[in-house]
Design a protein around this ligand. Structure first.
Ligand code: PLP
Length: 398
């Protein structure tokens, strides 16, 4: 019988980052050494005190369904954390705890967007945004930003992209894939347009704790009064505490929206994993030294990666202010031969680099920016050194 897929699912694109990781695994399975700079997860183990809290929760029988939108103790811990960190007065009723930040994004757009409503997404964007918006029936409106503007959306671009159907602006700061980050002033100028055009904002702040040098993270709702009423923040433990597999993310939203997301979740997944929720409480309430240590290590790697990129003639990359990715302009290395083989696109370049040298990266076109490649530096210094030696060899292989 011929499979009749729904139109929404037939149009769904698989995650390019996971697809590249799968290709790298395939090559590894065939016996080749592969250095993966393609995945977006910390290479550290989850800190021991967090794992201990999970074990304790299991021993205490906290292994059953919880409230659909998360246990009250975790919501309290999240509120306290935000109040201390950003001065934002959220209440447990504003919070929905979900199975990772990605699940939060699905919830937000399902609850917020009607068929045909537009969501403005600045490019380069994280691979999943447009697909999640489409799954919810929305229309992603991609606005290209440039390396010259540090890949940041300007207020003029935002105003020009608005139509009567625009419902929401999606901002990711610090950014996956570019590592750029908006200052408070820049967010303020965008917020003025958001208020003028009566938009919602989805602020993906999942990388807020991974910020380097003198750069200061600013949470979007803090830049103008009243923004908490039109902003949904998405965040979680995955990146900050090296907890990608535990699947805990959360959103802050006005209480009526949060309530609907809880109902949606009660019909979708029942609740986030009970054990992981208790681990997340330990992460937020415990010592933050582990975060400082991981961030210091990422910072060293970021300096190293930036120095290696800048030392290669023809490559460029904006200063990474946060997250753990370098977004490298490889356009001067396209349209030429590598060992007798013509490489035209960023996709061909990434595949050839993987095939020839065993270094996995992700093509910029997956993030809406052809001519670039994303290199994750969530990898040991030793592997980063080897990877850059191999990249240099690859580029010199004419
Ligand atoms: C910008 C951004 N938002 C959200 C997520 C999803 O995080 P989680 O693993 O908590 O679902 C990621 C993960 O790569 C990300 O890079």
């Amino acid at each position: 019988m011929q499979t009749q897929l729904s139109r929404r699912i037939a149009a769904l694109q698989p995650s390019a980052t996971l697809a590249m990781a799968a290709k790298a695994k395939e090559l590894k399975a065939s016996g080749r050494k592969v250095i993966s700079l393609s995945l977006g997860e910390p290479d550290f183990n989850t800190p021991a005190h967090i794992c201990d809290a999970a074990a304790k929760a299991m021993a205490q029988g906290k292994t059953r369904y919880t409230v659909a939108s998360g246990v009250p103790e975790l919501k309290e811990a999240i509120c306290k954390f935000y109040k201390n960190r950003h001065g934002l007065e959220y209440k447990p009723a504003n919070i929905t705890v979900s199975n990772g930040a990605k699940h939060c994004l699905h919830n937000v757009f399902t609850v917020l967007i009607d068929e045909g409503e537009e969501v403005i997404i600045p490019a380069p964007y994280w691979v999943s945004y447009a697909e999640i918006v489409k799954l919810a029936g929305g229309v992603p409106v991609i606005v290209e930003t440039t390396e010259a503007s540090d890949f940041k959306l300007t207020p003029e671009q935002l105003r020009a992209a608005c139509t009567p159907k625009t419902k929401c602006l999606l901002l990711c700061s610090p950014s996956n894939p570019t590592g750029s980050m908006y200052s408070g002033e820049e967010l303020g100028s965008l917020a003025d347009v958001v208020i003028e055009k009566d938009l919602w904002v989805l602020a993906d702040e999942i990388y807020e704790n991974l910020v380097y040098g003198d750069n200061k993270f600013v949470s979007f709702p803090t830049v103008r009064p009243g923004l908490m009423d039109r902003t949904i923040i998405v965040n979680g433990v995955s990146k900050t505490y090296a907890m990608t597999g535990w699947r805990i993310g959360w959103s802050f939203a006005p209480a009526d929206i949060a309530k609907k997301m809880g109902s949606l979740q009660s019909q979708e997944t029942s609740c986030p994993c009970s054990i992981s929720q208790y681990a997340a409480i330990a992460a937020l309430e415990g010592s933050q030294d582990c975060v400082k240590e991981m961030c210091a290590e990422f910072s060293k790697r970021r300096d190293y990666v930036l120095q290696r990129i800048n030392a290669i003639d023809g490559l460029s990359c904006p200063n990474m202010r946060g997250a753990f990715y370098a977004f490298v302009n490889i356009s001067r290395y396209l349209g030429r031969e590598y060992g007798g083989k013509m490489i035209e696109t960023d996709m061909d370049w990434c595949l050839e680099l993987l095939q020839k040298k065993g270094v996995a990266t992700v093509m910029g076109s997956a993030f809406g920016a052809p001519g670039y490649a994303r290199l994750s530096f969530a990898n040991s210094m030793e592997e980063l050194k080897q990877a850059f030696d191999l990249i240099e060899e690859f580029l010199n292989d004419r």
